[in-house]
Write a protein that binds this ligand. Structure first.
Ligand code: C2E
Ligand code: CA
Ligand code: CA
Length: 521
């Protein structure tokens, strides 16, 4: 059953790890696709900006050239020939026309049947010096639509598509030349399908963003009037994403494999530690060390805490802090407690013979304390050891009280049989005080972390005094753990703590050493 629990937990962990890897893979691929789209769109937009700047240079060149002429524009054949030559030398200028106000009188492109009024200019450029019309049609050139820029009496005809003609045929992308108008930005000319709503909120400048799944890149022309928008529709961006997913699939698979291998290794290690613990119990590889507990008032040794040690047949020793949790998880803790009781049984008589009031403390885990069988186990131990119940102190951590009702009944029964009971590591768990008041207890053991803080200036130092206050109000005696300095001892004694253990008094030692220690103290 515990095997199954472990496997279920490992499966859940594997699931979580795989999910995280898939999320990271998707996120990374999405980031890659977006970056790729941005690079592609920026390249296109910059090409349009380049062409547009070049167009502007050519148009202004043409105007400058024409302005330099002394004689008035005549629309004569010679004049038109000269305009044709000029237009032929400017690659973005298709033709040049002569204006009378905003009425086109003649043009180098074709012979006009009648003068053509252009109407109001669509926009003014270069601070009003250049008037601009878009989508101008000439009846004489069917299907042709031009952008016309005019300065003074001359108009340059530009083929609009040439500037935005940067997309290969069938490209899914869209590109637009956009201009700042009276009410926000609008399209001047564009290729591919795009949504004018994308311009909403644009305030000029360079930017890249994703709107409703489509990637947009804006590049400012720097003239304060125009910019270029390049867009990749959602479907194409998703295609790039899928491609990125495919490209990075081997890495994601490798990461998943490694993570699963690591998890499997961890599981195996747990399983093998369990197997090793079982074998160690069969081989009786455990022994006890006893740490003296002294009365702070007199300095007398009043007892000792039994602490388990594992001498492995092979490999370095493992401390209880590492293997006790594993044993608890794998339902081996009761066997360990049985072993501790057996070892105490062998040792206890010698101590009690020397000091009939001495106690030996044993640590019980949740699995021990929440079943009534603990009563008979303790009884068998004292019977075999030839000691009394009062010679045994049972230490239970707050974690041991996971089923408070059962634990309370069992502890009451234990205590009424004459054993003494201590709450271990007090303050590190989260037992509620109201429960504690209903338990039948003798001692609170103040955890080492509070003792460590007591002679410091940190705020935790006051916690120890708080705990001491709680113990007093519940009428419990106290055992301070992990006392290492005389200063800690003095502060604790002055605060009213009765007992202590720690390296200051004695490290965990063998029973013969403890007997010597107790005799000397
Ligand atoms: P614990 O019950 O709080 O035991 C006190 C731990 O603090 C012991 O570590 C002890 O050697 C150590 N200690 C004592 N005085 C000092 C000191 O002055 N300074 C410092 N730095 N440490 C001190 P240990 O023996 O490694 O035991 C660790 C934990 O393992 C114990 O904490 C207890 O929770 C568990 N454990 C030990 N033996 C048993 C056992 O027989 N059964 C069960 N269920 N748990 C045990
Ligand atoms: Ca303990
Ligand atoms: Ca403790």
């Amino acid at each position: 059953m515990h095997h199954r629990y472990l496997v279920v937990r490992a499966t859940v962990a594997a699931g979580v790890v795989l999910l995280l890897i898939v999320l990271a893979w998707g996120g990374l691929a999405w980031w890659q696709a977006r970056r790729q789209a941005t690079v592609q769109l920026t390249t296109l937009a910059e090409e349009v900006l380049r062409r547009s700047a070049q167009t502007r240079v050519q148009v202004l060149d043409v105007f400058r050239h024409l302005e330099a002429q002394a004689d008035a524009p005549s629309c004569s054949q010679a004049h038109l020939d000269q305009l044709r030559t000029l237009a032929a030398n400017a690659s973005y200028v298709q033709g040049i026309g002569v204006l009378d106000g905003d009425v086109l009188r003649c043009a180098s492109l074709t012979e006009l049947h009648r003068p053509l009024p252009l109407g109001r200019p669509s926009r003014l450029l270069l601070g009003g010096k250049v008037r601009s019309w878009s989508g101008v049609r000439l009846d004489e050139i069917p299907g042709g639509r031009f952008n016309v820029n005019a300065a003074g009496n001359y108009a340059a005809f530009i083929v609009p598509d040439q500037v935005t003609d940067v997309l290969p045929p069938d490209s899914p992308l869209a590109i637009a030349h956009i201009g700042r108008g009276a009410n926000g930005w609008n399209l001047i000319r564009h290729r591919g399908s795009l949504d004018p709503a994308w311009l909403r909120g644009y305030a000029g400048g360079n930017q890249a963003r994703t709107v409703e799944g489509s990637r947009l890149v804006m590049r400012d022309a720097g003239d304060g009037e125009t910019a270029v928008l390049a867009a990749m529709p959602r479907a194409q961006l998703q295609l790039l994403w899928r491609q990125a997913l495919q490209r990075t699939l081997p890495f994601a698979a490798a990461a998943a494999l490694l993570a699963l291998l690591a998890l499997a290794g961890l599981l195996r290690r747990q399983m093998s530690l369990r197997a090793e613990l079982t074998r160690a119990l069969d081989n009786r590889e455990f022994y006890l060390r006893y740490q003296p507990v002294v009365a702070l008032g007199s300095g007398r040794c009043v007892g000792a805490e039994a602490l388990i040690r594992w001498q492995r047949s092979s490999g370095p020793p493992i401390g209880p802090a590492e293997f006790i949790p594993v044993a608890e998880e794998h339902a081996l803790i009761c066997r360990i407690t049985d072993e501790v009781m057996a070892l105490v049984t062998a040792d206890a008589q010698a101590l009690v013979a020397q000091d009939p009031a001495a106690h030996i403390a044993i640590n019980l885990s949740a699995a021990d304390i929440n079943v009534p069988r603990i009563q008979s186990r303790l009884q068998r131990m004292i019977d075999k050891a030839g000691i009394g119940a009062h010679n045994v102190l049972v230490e239970v951590t707050e974690r041991g009280l996971i089923q408070p009702e059962t634990a309370r009944d069992i502890l009451i029964a234990i205590r009424s049989s004459g054993y003494r009971v201590a709450i271990d590591d007090f303050g590190t768990g989260h037992s509620s005080l109201s429960y504690l008041a209903t338990y039948d207890l003798d001692f609170l053991k103040i955890d080492k972390s509070f003792v460590d803080a007591i002679d410091s200036n940190d705020p935790t130092s006051t916690l120890a005094f708080h705990i001491i206050g709680i113990a007093k109000s519940l009428g419990l005696q106290m055992i301070a753990e992990g006392v290492e300095t005389e200063r800690q001892r003095d502060i604790l004694r002055d605060a009213g703590v009765q007992y202590a253990q720690g390296w200051l008094f004695g490290k965990p030692m063998s029973m013969p050493e403890l007997l010597d220690y107790a005799r000397a103290n």
